[in-house]
Design a protein around this ligand. Structure first.
Ligand SMILES: [Zn+2]
Length: 401
């Protein structure tokens, strides 16, 4: 059967909450208006209009080969280049406008957001974070603060997450649907989404969100946008990828085997939803939160620990189900320690499994510990760190082994 593949693809695919990764604290930002036009079924056009001329737009590391293979610069004199610091749009003479033609692009990597997720009904979730970055003017490097404008096909709905213009990467939705307001969330569901997973979302999101909200006494600014795509159900096997973004949750379900409900599949999906929601509350802070230097075991192992507390606390799982899942995490961590991983996707699983084990070993329960972590990161402005986790536990008598 599928469980091994499933487990690897499922949780290994969770992308972390994106901090404003490009910020350069000292210099004021250059402002940009970025217009994203859905030009035809599988074609997009992006226009950058900058508040002042720049030599380079730095876009960060490659996203598989998304920019190299699916982007074409449409402005004469501009080129897409790649070096050790990442990919960039540059020119020999300063520029304040750049046009990029983009084609749909399917490949994705475990630790990066899917660039363009095509739904079965022609809808698309388009990740705006891959269009963001910083700029260079001579030796000066400055953040590029983007305001997005979306233009859909004729008659197409376009949706932007509430925080899309807060210097945070989020998904924009282009497609035939308006979100369904369930009270807890605003939901966009690909019509081919397997019934069992749609039911699971309906059943678990509201109680889990309400559990976290009460546990941490913090609420969303507005009901988040939840986008569920199911575009590649004809592929062999299955994969489910999730991501938490500011004001938004993203899921992508693919593969023939995802069509059939199985108890393991359902439980893993419920846990993924609880895990992604945990990330939302980890970063529901005015400052601090998950930073670029936060070790992955903290936000991922922490989200695992929180997900289990929430699934049980909200009554979605009984204690037997929670114990079985904890045992699975424990066994996977132990197996990983015995046999070093060969592939990157396997390596990232350690943060989820052994990271969870580290949280389980502290005297403070997940909720109590994260209450203090959230208060501490917001008070100090420092991102989550191992030292912060250990300091809070030490107040309860914990000593480093
Ligand atoms: Zn995660």
């Amino acid at each position: 059967m599928l469980p091994t593949l499933w487990i690897r693809l499922l949780a290994g695919a969770c992308a972390l909450v994106a901090p404003a990764a490009h910020a350069r604290a000292t210099e004021p930002p250059v402002r940009a208006t970025v217009t994203l036009v859905h030009a035809s079924d599988a074609a997009w056009r992006v226009e950058y209009r900058l508040s002042e001329p720049v030599d380079t737009i730095e876009l960060g590391p490659p996203i598989v080969e998304y920019r190299a293979s699916a982007w074409t610069l449409g402005t004469p004199g501009l080129s897409l280049t790649s070096d050790a610091t990442g990919e960039s749009i540059r020119s020999d003479t300063p520029f304040a406008r750049a046009v990029v033609e983009i084609r749909d692009y399917a490949p994705w990597a475990h630790d990066q957001y899917i660039p363009i997720d095509r739904h079965s009904d022609g809808g698309h979730a388009f990740y705006l974070g891959h269009l963001m970055g910083s700029v260079r003017q001579g030796k000066r490097e400055r953040n590029m603060l983007v305001t997005f404008e979306l233009v859909g096909l004729h008659g197409e709905n376009v949706l932007l997450a509430e925080q899309a213009n807060d210097d945070q990467g989020t998904y924009a939705y282009f497609g035939p649907h308006q979100p369904v307001d369930t009270g807890a969330v605003r939901l966009i569901v690909d019509p081919k989404t397997p019934r069992w997973s749609h039911d699971a979302i309906d059943r678990v999101v509201a109680p889990l969100a309400s559990y976290y909200q009460h546990a941490f006494a913090r609420a969303w600014r507005a009901p988040p946008l939840v986008i569920i795509g199911a575009g590649r159900l004809d592929e062999a096997g299955f994969s489910i990828k999730g991501g938490a973004l500011p004001g938004e949750l993203f899921f992508r379900i693919a593969g023939r085997d995802a069509l059939v409900e199985a108890p393991t599949l359902r439980m893993n999906f419920e846990q993924l939803v609880a895990h992604e929601l945990a990330h939302v509350w980890q970063d529901l802070v005015r400052r601090g939160g998950t930073g670029e230097r936060t070790e992955a075991w903290i936000h991922e192992g922490g989200a695992q620990a929180l997900s289990l507390a929430a699934l049980e606390g909200a009554g979605v799982w009984d204690s037997e189900e929670a114990v079985a899942f904890k045992r699975k995490l424990h066994d996977e961590c132990a197996a990983r320690r015995e046999a070093p991983p060969r592939r990157h996707a396997d390596a990232s699983r350690e943060a989820y499994t052994c990271g969870y084990e580290r949280f389980a070993a502290y005297p403070l329960g997940a909720i109590e510990l994260w209450k203090d972590l959230i208060a501490e990161t917001e008070r100090s402005g420092a991102p989550y760190s191992a030292a912060m986790v250990e300091r809070i536990n030490a107040r309860k008598g914990w000593r480093a082994p």
